[in-house]
Design a protein around this ligand. Structure first.
Ligand code: CA
Length: 317
């Protein structure tokens, strides 16, 4: 009897994990030949600092999200830029990859979705190559800086031994991530940090203002230069007791004076139309990490991406 109960429970949990992202949204119920997320232009996912497209060719940064969107009808590409470098360097690398994607698909534009630092990279692409971009969406991106970056920047003086050591370890880690994900893009930890401070983002926003809210916590313009701008983010920190990365998010969140996702403050994440800024997601949950361990008490990150693909499709993008 106990074995039977265990079996039934396992089956129910498995069904929950497979169908979970769809359960709250009957419109998205479709498991073959779907068009719910079938956008006109391909969706291009851009990773954050220390990110990657796939590790060892299998482990995805946007965990399970590309396949899920494709199951719902979307065409999805993941990109890979330097794990640690300035927004401009990363943005230029992204442009090269988008040119390849437009050549492969025959579609002239893409829908860009960037997580964390990736949200700034995609803004750079939209500013420099608007001809390639249908929409820009950021997820948990520090458009007005990250308090943790400010703390690190302020507490390690230029050229100090400590700054050198931190940069060395960060770049070594980034190089290893690059190698196991199959790339050798140049790394620069101090440039990455400088891009994510309040001062760094303010300078970036002055040059590339599209979609950035004028007020400290408002929304930005919905459309600039024919390109639509959106954002969403979370304010969860400890969201799943099984996910050990929650501990790190809990520690980093202590650097923040406002609601945050462990690394990015709620207001700093605003860009264009703010779809929602308080999902019960931490910074890693936003891309369904680690291994899909997220809160079961709010929308599944995969459903959030899927709903957004449907939104883009309905806008004719
Ligand atoms: Ca998590």
């Amino acid at each position: 009897m106990r074995q039977l109960r265990g079996f039934v429970l396992t089956v129910l949990v498995s069904i929950g994990l497979i169908l979970g992202p769809d359960l709250r949204d009957a419109e998205a119920w479709c498991w073959w030949n779907c068009n719910y997320a079938k956008t006109k232009y391909p969706i291009v996912l851009a990773h954050g600092a220390a990110g990657f497209d796939e590790l060892f060719g299998v482990y995805e940064y946007f965990y399970g999200i590309p396949d899920y969107l494709e199951d719902k009808g979307a065409t999805v590409f993941t990109t890979e830029v330097s794990q640690l470098n300035s927004t401009e360097v990363r943005g230029e690398q992204l442009i090269d990859q988008i040119e390849v994607i437009t050549a492969i698909t025959g579609k002239p534009k893409v829908n860009l979705i960037g997580h964390s630092h990736g949200g700034l990279d995609v803004r750079y692409v939209a500013a420099v190559r608007p001809d390639l971009v249908a929409s820009v969406t950021s997820v948990g991106s520090p458009h007005k800086g990250a308090d943790l970056a400010d703390y690190l920047d302020e507490n390690f003086e230029d050229g100090s031994f400590t700054q050198g050591v931190i940069a060395f370890f960060a770049e070594s880690l980034a190089t290893v991530i690059g190698l196991v994900s199959g790339t050798t893009n140049p790394q620069d930890g101090l440039e990455a940090l400088a891009s994510l401070t309040t001062a760094g983002t303010a300078a970036f926003n002055a040059t590339y203002p599209a979609g950035v809210p004028a007020s400290s916590c408002g929304e930005g313009a919905s459309v600039v230069n024919g390109i639509r701008y959106y954002s969403w983010s979370g304010t969860g920190v400890l969201t799943n007791a099984l996910d050990v990365s929650d501990v790190a998010m809990g520690l980093t969140s202590l650097f923040y004076g406002e609601a945050n996702d462990g690394l990015v403050g709620r207001c700093s994440s605003h860009l264009g139309d703010v779809l929602r800024d308080n999902y019960f997601h931490n910074h890693l949950d936003e891309v369904n990490q680690v291994f899909g361990l997220v809160s079961i008490f709010d929308s599944n990150p995969k459903s959030v991406f899927r709903s957004h693909a449907n939104r883009l499709k309905n806008k004719g993008l």
